[in-house]
Design a protein around this ligand. Structure first.
Ligand code: SF4
Length: 361
């Protein structure tokens, strides 16, 4: 197994793929967008952006779940944290994301109860251990985390847990991709599609990109050879004038996705409009908890009093997430905004473009 995995870092294979990319790349240049935060980090860490032929641009997209969470949603979580007897259970990155006037970390310093967890099932266990507290899990992320949250809600229902709720801000990727494709400020030639999300949803939800918009896409993994292979397959499609959705990550993704995980999402959630940082409102791109499970919906249960929302002053995360601005072009990058003192979520999250640029460029 180790030997098989080592092949995905093999310098010789990588060199061959870089050569193919150079030969197949359109003479007039091309803009490819990676829409997954893990790809953003893999591209930065392995110096792949600098290996592209002249005229080929790799733009980062809206694939970091913490980054695309709107300020209104962050403010709502902060309002929930201020309710007496509530403990917020959340992934670590979320605690440092600045809302309009505070963050979960600041709320914790002010005496509110905020607990870092590694999965929604940890939050469920916390609720079972602490029946005297109201445990609110912060549900952000794409289809990779949504099935686990659905599972946690189903288990809470089965155990009749009365002190567990979820702030549901989950999103799905295809709706955001359509918004990106239609952005008049961005001319995209192809998409490097996410491996993790596609493990759950498969390839079919992306077909509209090729059929309706003529944009090729390749689902790929996260090792250097995976990413280069995905780019080489895209270049081949552009070279041959094809637009298809292909899978370069067959060891992780089946065309039909994961039907069990999809069924769990569908049982607990229904799609709804969602507000994305940078992209605004996109119909059908969010998930809300279905009526049958509404007692686990933290917003319906607590009706938090949310302060008026204002975006961080000077932060260009919205433009970075739309792929129309590189993080290093933000006037605050590295001067005012650093991982120690982040102004926006793209510098907070380990999958954020600004944090990746800060660390690797
Ligand atoms: Fe926002 Fe900081 Fe990124 Fe600028 S560098 S876009 S301020 S997160």
């Amino acid at each position: 197994m180790q030997r098989e995995l080592a092949a995905f870092k093999d310098p010789q294979l990588a060199r061959g793929l870089i050569e193919s990319i150079g030969k197949l790349a359109p003479a007039g240049g091309a803009t490819l967008m990676e829409v997954c935060g893990t790809h953003t980090v893999a591209i930065a860490r392995n110096g792949i952006r600098n290996l592209m032929p002249p005229g080929t641009r790799l733009a980062s997209g809206p694939g970091c779940p913490v980054c695309v969470t709107s300020n209104r949603d962050i403010d709502t979580v902060i309002a929930l944290a201020r309710i007496p007897n509530v403990t917020i259970a959340t992934f670590g990155d979320m605690t440092r994301v600045p809302g309009s006037t505070s963050s979960l970390l600041k709320e914790q310093a002010a005496g509110r109860s905020v607990q870092i967890v590694y999965s929604p099932l940890d939050a469920l266990a916390l609720a079972a251990q602490r029946p005297e507290r109201e445990i609110v899990f912060v549900g952000v992320g794409f289809e990779t985390t949504t099935p686990l949250v659905a599972m946690a809600i189903k288990r809470a229902a089965a155990a009749d847990l009365k002190n567990f709720t979820v702030f549901a801000a989950h999103k799905n990727m295809p709706g955001a991709l359509e918004a990106i494709i239609n952005d008049p400020q961005l001319k995209l030639d192809a998409l490097i599609l996410p491996g993790h999300v596609s493990t759950i949803i498969g390839a079919a939800p992306y077909e509209f990109l090729a059929k309706k918009y003529g944009i090729p896409g390749v689902i790929t993994g996260f090792e250097p050879v995976d990413v280069l292979q995905g780019i080489a397959m895209i270049m081949r499609q552009l070279h041959e004038g094809r637009a298809e959705i292909e899978i370069a990550y067959a060891r992780g993704v089946m065309p039909q996705g994961n039907p069990t995980a999809l069924a769990a999402i569908d049982e607990v959630f229904e799609t709804c409009p969602a507000i994305w940082r940078g992209l605004g409102r996109i119909d059908g791109s969010g998930y809300r908890i279905r009526e049958e499970f509404s007692r686990f919906d933290a917003v319906r249960h607590f009706q938090p009093d949310v302060e008026p929302t204002q975006d961080p002053k000077g932060c260009r995360c919205g433009d970075v997430l739309r792929g129309i601005m590189a993080p290093s072009d933000c006037p605050l990058f590295r001067t005012v905004c650093t991982p120690e003192n982040p102004v926006g979520p793209c510098m907070v999250s380990s999958e954020g473009s600004c944090a990746a640029y800060y660390r690797y460029y």
